[in-house]
Design a protein. Sequence first.
Length: 212
Amino acid sequence: MIDLKNRVSVYAKTNLPTLYGEFKVYVFHNKMDQKEHLAIVKGDVLNSETVPVRIHSECLTSEVLGSLKCDCREQLQTALKYISEQERGIVLYMRQEGRGIGLGNKIRAYALQEAGYDTVEANHMLGFPDDLRSYDVAAGMLQVLGVKSISLLTNNPKKIAGVEAFGIRVEKRIPLQIEPNSFNEKYLHTKAQKSGHLLNFEQMVNEIDLAS
Protein backbone atom coordinates (compact mmCIF):
# COMPACT_ATOMS: atom_id res chain seq x y z
CA MET A 1 0.00 0.00 0.00
CA ILE A 2 1.21 3.50 -0.86
CA ASP A 3 1.48 5.50 2.37
CA LEU A 4 -0.54 8.68 1.79
CA LYS A 5 -1.14 9.62 5.41
CA ASN A 6 1.50 12.35 5.24
CA ARG A 7 -0.54 14.16 2.56
CA VAL A 8 -3.56 14.78 4.77
CA SER A 9 -4.20 15.58 8.41
CA VAL A 10 -7.29 15.89 10.59
CA TYR A 11 -7.86 19.58 11.26
CA ALA A 12 -11.12 19.37 13.24
CA LYS A 13 -13.76 16.84 14.29
CA THR A 14 -17.13 16.86 16.04
CA ASN A 15 -20.39 14.96 16.40
CA LEU A 16 -23.06 16.03 13.94
CA PRO A 17 -26.78 15.15 14.17
CA THR A 18 -28.38 15.21 10.70
CA LEU A 19 -31.66 14.44 8.99
CA TYR A 20 -30.23 10.99 8.28
CA GLY A 21 -28.87 10.19 11.75
CA GLU A 22 -25.89 11.03 13.93
CA PHE A 23 -22.40 11.04 12.48
CA LYS A 24 -18.92 12.11 13.46
CA VAL A 25 -17.48 14.64 11.04
CA TYR A 26 -13.74 14.95 10.41
CA VAL A 27 -12.28 17.89 8.48
CA PHE A 28 -9.15 16.83 6.62
CA HIS A 29 -6.55 19.31 5.43
CA ASN A 30 -4.87 18.43 2.15
CA LYS A 31 -1.26 19.54 2.51
CA MET A 32 -0.70 19.49 -1.27
CA ASP A 33 -3.25 22.15 -2.32
CA GLN A 34 -4.55 23.41 1.06
CA LYS A 35 -8.13 22.28 0.36
CA GLU A 36 -10.37 20.90 3.11
CA HIS A 37 -12.37 17.68 2.68
CA LEU A 38 -14.90 15.98 4.95
CA ALA A 39 -15.19 12.45 6.28
CA ILE A 40 -18.71 11.80 7.58
CA VAL A 41 -18.40 8.67 9.70
CA LYS A 42 -20.94 6.30 11.25
CA GLY A 43 -19.74 3.92 13.96
CA ASP A 44 -16.25 2.56 14.62
CA VAL A 45 -14.34 2.07 11.36
CA LEU A 46 -10.84 1.59 12.78
CA ASN A 47 -9.30 -1.68 11.54
CA SER A 48 -12.63 -2.63 9.94
CA GLU A 49 -13.09 -4.49 6.68
CA THR A 50 -15.69 -4.09 3.91
CA VAL A 51 -16.71 -0.69 5.30
CA PRO A 52 -19.46 0.92 3.16
CA VAL A 53 -17.92 4.06 1.66
CA ARG A 54 -19.22 6.75 -0.66
CA ILE A 55 -16.58 9.01 -2.24
CA HIS A 56 -18.69 12.01 -3.22
CA SER A 57 -17.50 15.07 -5.12
CA GLU A 58 -18.87 18.48 -4.17
CA CYS A 59 -21.71 19.80 -6.36
CA LEU A 60 -22.84 23.24 -5.20
CA THR A 61 -25.36 23.72 -8.01
CA SER A 62 -27.25 20.55 -7.12
CA GLU A 63 -26.74 20.28 -3.36
CA VAL A 64 -27.27 23.96 -2.52
CA LEU A 65 -29.26 25.41 -5.41
CA GLY A 66 -31.32 22.31 -6.22
CA SER A 67 -30.20 22.00 -9.84
CA LEU A 68 -31.88 19.19 -11.79
CA LYS A 69 -29.07 18.90 -14.36
CA CYS A 70 -27.37 16.03 -12.49
CA ASP A 71 -28.07 13.38 -9.83
CA CYS A 72 -25.45 14.51 -7.29
CA ARG A 73 -27.81 15.72 -4.55
CA GLU A 74 -29.87 12.54 -4.66
CA GLN A 75 -26.74 10.37 -4.65
CA LEU A 76 -25.41 12.16 -1.56
CA GLN A 77 -28.73 11.91 0.26
CA THR A 78 -29.15 8.24 -0.65
CA ALA A 79 -25.61 7.45 0.49
CA LEU A 80 -26.07 9.21 3.84
CA LYS A 81 -29.36 7.41 4.43
CA TYR A 82 -27.87 4.04 3.48
CA ILE A 83 -24.82 4.44 5.72
CA SER A 84 -26.92 5.71 8.63
CA GLU A 85 -28.72 2.35 8.54
CA GLN A 86 -25.47 0.34 8.71
CA GLU A 87 -23.36 -0.51 11.73
CA ARG A 88 -20.54 1.58 10.28
CA GLY A 89 -19.74 3.53 7.14
CA ILE A 90 -18.17 6.64 5.66
CA VAL A 91 -19.07 9.39 3.21
CA LEU A 92 -16.00 11.23 1.96
CA TYR A 93 -17.08 14.66 0.72
CA MET A 94 -14.37 15.80 -1.67
CA ARG A 95 -13.93 19.39 -2.82
CA GLN A 96 -13.73 18.48 -6.51
CA GLU A 97 -16.48 20.59 -8.04
CA GLY A 98 -17.46 19.84 -11.61
CA ARG A 99 -15.60 16.53 -11.74
CA GLY A 100 -12.45 18.44 -10.89
CA ILE A 101 -12.69 21.40 -13.31
CA GLY A 102 -14.07 23.87 -10.75
CA LEU A 103 -17.33 25.78 -10.35
CA GLY A 104 -16.74 28.44 -12.99
CA ASN A 105 -15.74 25.96 -15.66
CA LYS A 106 -18.69 23.74 -14.75
CA ILE A 107 -21.05 26.66 -15.40
CA ARG A 108 -19.27 27.28 -18.71
CA ALA A 109 -19.78 23.60 -19.54
CA TYR A 110 -23.48 23.95 -18.66
CA ALA A 111 -23.76 26.81 -21.16
CA LEU A 112 -22.23 24.60 -23.86
CA GLN A 113 -24.70 21.85 -22.97
CA GLU A 114 -27.54 24.31 -23.53
CA ALA A 115 -26.10 24.81 -27.02
CA GLY A 116 -26.49 21.09 -27.69
CA TYR A 117 -23.22 19.50 -26.59
CA ASP A 118 -23.20 16.65 -24.09
CA THR A 119 -21.27 16.81 -20.81
CA VAL A 120 -18.18 15.07 -22.20
CA GLU A 121 -18.09 17.19 -25.37
CA ALA A 122 -18.48 20.37 -23.29
CA ASN A 123 -15.50 19.47 -21.09
CA HIS A 124 -13.37 18.71 -24.13
CA MET A 125 -14.29 22.03 -25.76
CA LEU A 126 -13.06 23.78 -22.61
CA GLY A 127 -9.76 21.91 -22.82
CA PHE A 128 -10.43 19.35 -20.07
CA PRO A 129 -10.82 15.56 -20.02
CA ASP A 130 -14.31 14.32 -19.19
CA ASP A 131 -13.19 13.65 -15.61
CA LEU A 132 -10.28 15.45 -13.92
CA ARG A 133 -10.77 14.02 -10.43
CA SER A 134 -8.05 12.15 -8.54
CA TYR A 135 -8.42 9.79 -5.58
CA ASP A 136 -5.08 9.96 -3.79
CA VAL A 137 -6.47 12.32 -1.14
CA ALA A 138 -9.54 10.11 -0.58
CA ALA A 139 -7.25 7.11 -0.21
CA GLY A 140 -5.12 9.03 2.29
CA MET A 141 -8.20 9.92 4.32
CA LEU A 142 -9.23 6.27 4.46
CA GLN A 143 -5.72 5.33 5.59
CA VAL A 144 -5.82 7.90 8.41
CA LEU A 145 -9.23 6.57 9.49
CA GLY A 146 -7.67 3.10 9.67
CA VAL A 147 -9.98 1.31 7.25
CA LYS A 148 -8.70 -2.06 6.02
CA SER A 149 -11.05 -2.55 3.07
CA ILE A 150 -14.24 -1.01 1.69
CA SER A 151 -17.46 -1.63 -0.17
CA LEU A 152 -17.74 1.33 -2.55
CA LEU A 153 -21.09 2.99 -3.30
CA THR A 154 -20.61 3.98 -6.93
CA ASN A 155 -21.64 3.41 -10.52
CA ASN A 156 -18.21 4.47 -11.77
CA PRO A 157 -15.59 1.73 -12.38
CA LYS A 158 -12.91 4.43 -12.72
CA LYS A 159 -13.52 5.42 -9.11
CA ILE A 160 -12.86 1.84 -8.01
CA ALA A 161 -9.66 1.75 -10.07
CA GLY A 162 -8.74 5.20 -8.75
CA VAL A 163 -8.70 4.21 -5.07
CA GLU A 164 -7.28 0.73 -5.73
CA ALA A 165 -4.33 2.38 -7.51
CA PHE A 166 -3.41 3.89 -4.13
CA GLY A 167 -3.71 0.64 -2.21
CA ILE A 168 -7.30 0.75 -0.96
CA ARG A 169 -8.86 -2.71 -1.26
CA VAL A 170 -12.38 -2.58 -2.71
CA GLU A 171 -14.20 -5.79 -1.75
CA LYS A 172 -17.37 -5.03 -3.70
CA ARG A 173 -19.36 -2.34 -5.49
CA ILE A 174 -22.73 -1.14 -4.21
CA PRO A 175 -24.80 0.43 -7.06
CA LEU A 176 -26.18 3.92 -6.45
CA GLN A 177 -28.80 4.42 -9.17
CA ILE A 178 -31.05 7.47 -9.07
CA GLU A 179 -34.28 7.86 -11.03
CA PRO A 180 -33.61 10.24 -13.96
CA ASN A 181 -35.63 13.36 -14.64
CA SER A 182 -36.25 15.20 -17.91
CA PHE A 183 -33.32 17.55 -17.26
CA ASN A 184 -30.61 14.99 -16.42
CA GLU A 185 -31.63 11.99 -18.54
CA LYS A 186 -29.23 12.88 -21.38
CA TYR A 187 -26.47 13.55 -18.85
CA LEU A 188 -26.92 10.11 -17.28
CA HIS A 189 -26.97 8.38 -20.66
CA THR A 190 -23.75 10.18 -21.59
CA LYS A 191 -22.09 9.04 -18.35
CA ALA A 192 -23.04 5.46 -19.22
CA GLN A 193 -22.15 5.56 -22.92
CA LYS A 194 -19.00 7.70 -22.87
CA SER A 195 -17.65 7.53 -19.32
CA GLY A 196 -18.40 3.88 -18.60
CA HIS A 197 -20.76 4.35 -15.64
CA LEU A 198 -22.69 1.18 -14.80
CA LEU A 199 -26.28 2.37 -15.12
CA ASN A 200 -29.21 0.05 -15.85
CA PHE A 201 -31.81 2.31 -17.46
CA GLU A 202 -34.19 -0.59 -18.09
CA GLN A 203 -34.18 -1.33 -14.36
CA MET A 204 -34.81 2.37 -13.65
CA VAL A 205 -37.83 2.34 -15.97
CA ASN A 206 -39.18 -0.82 -14.31
CA GLU A 207 -38.75 0.75 -10.87
CA ILE A 208 -40.62 3.87 -12.06
CA ASP A 209 -43.43 1.75 -13.53
CA LEU A 210 -43.78 -0.25 -10.32
CA ALA A 211 -43.93 2.93 -8.28
CA SER A 212 -46.62 4.56 -10.45
